[in-house]
Write a protein that binds this ligand. Structure first.
Ligand code: ARG
Length: 281
């Protein structure tokens, strides 16, 4: 594929400043009641008011950048529901539903499905195998990068391909701290991605290097600060404020870095991207 084709595929991005549409769920009932990843410790205190304030600022940041944010109603028995990115994957108005690995989050898939039904999304695919939405499916314009190893079942990658018709590049995650692909790989624009090499197996690393002409390597410190859990519109990169090395590298390359504080949600293993499901028209 030529660079021209890539630029056309990534139309809005390459040509300036496209408005994005996101689905978010307020952390009204956010808590750490169980442990399903290496970050979660139910004994550690969570400041929910602070989580709400941080989340509100994230939402306001998107709105300030000109993006649209839709809201999903939170449910009391689902303390992780704030991580809306896990509930589905949406490309070209088609929705691939999620199916959660852990029963604690199981009901979130239905809440998402209902939201899409009520908001006029007629093309919805139910998942047969476990997939945790954009947690493990990273949209890369001319392909989907799909993670497996901790949550998403590799067999789900075929369903993903059937749903969107995009090539699916499967990569294995090997470090339990980076249990979802969106904690270790962030697509910045059609040509550029940032990643933390230590999160991937050898084969996955090779595929990532082949897929993106421009790669920014994040340090372990950036990755632990959830720096790769950033949200890019191709120009602005909304990123946890303490991913400082990555912020510098992005700034040097000409991106507008927009730092946000996400200290509370991080205790559950999440950052800005986890809270943000992109609805691609
Ligand atoms: N506590 C949640 C879980 O372990 C965090 C989800 C983070 N979401 C993401 N897109 N990485 O499932």
């Amino acid at each position: 594929m030529t660079m021209q084709t890539l630029a056309r595929d990534g139309a809005g991005i390459a040509s300036g400043r496209p408005a994005r549409t996101y689905l978010m769920c307020p952390p009204t009932y956010f808590d750490i009641k169980y442990t399903i990843n290496a970050w979660m410790d139910p004994a550690a205190p969570v400041d929910r008011d602070r989580a709400i304030a941080e989340w509100e600022r994230l939402r306001a940041t998107y709105v300030g950048l000109g993006h649209t944010v839709h809201l999903l109603d939170p449910m009391e028995n689902l303390p992780d529901m704030v991580f809306a990115a896990n509930g589905a994957t949406v490309v070209g108005g088609m929705v691939m539903g999620a199916r959660f690995r852990h029963p604690e989050r199981g009901e979130e898939a239905g809440a998402h499905q209902e939201w899409f039904a009520r908001h006029g999304y007629r093309r919805f695919r139910r998942a047969t195998h476990v997939n945790e939405g954009e947690g493990d499916y990273v949209f890369a314009y001319r392909a989907m990068v799909a993670g497996h190893g901790f949550r998403t079942d590799p067999r789900a990658h075929n369903e993903l391909h059937d749903a969107f018709g995009l090539p699916v590049v499967s990569v294995e995650l090997v470090d339990p701290r980076f249990y979802h692909l969106d904690t270790a790989l962030c697509v910045i624009d059609p040509f550029t991605a940032a990643y933390y090499p230590g999160a991937f197996g050898e084969d996955g690393l090779l595929k990532i290097k082949t897929l993106f002409p421009e790669l920014i390597e994040a340090t372990e410190r950036d990755a632990l600060a959830f720096g790769l859990n950033a949200v890019s519109d191709g120009r602005h990169v909304v990123i946890p404020h303490d991913a400082v090395d990555l912020e510098r590298k992005l700034t040097e390359r000409g991106y507008d870095v927009v730092p946000v504080e996400m200290t509370e949600l991080r205790k559950a293993g999440g950052g800005p991207k986890c809270c943000t499901l992109e609805l691609r028209p």
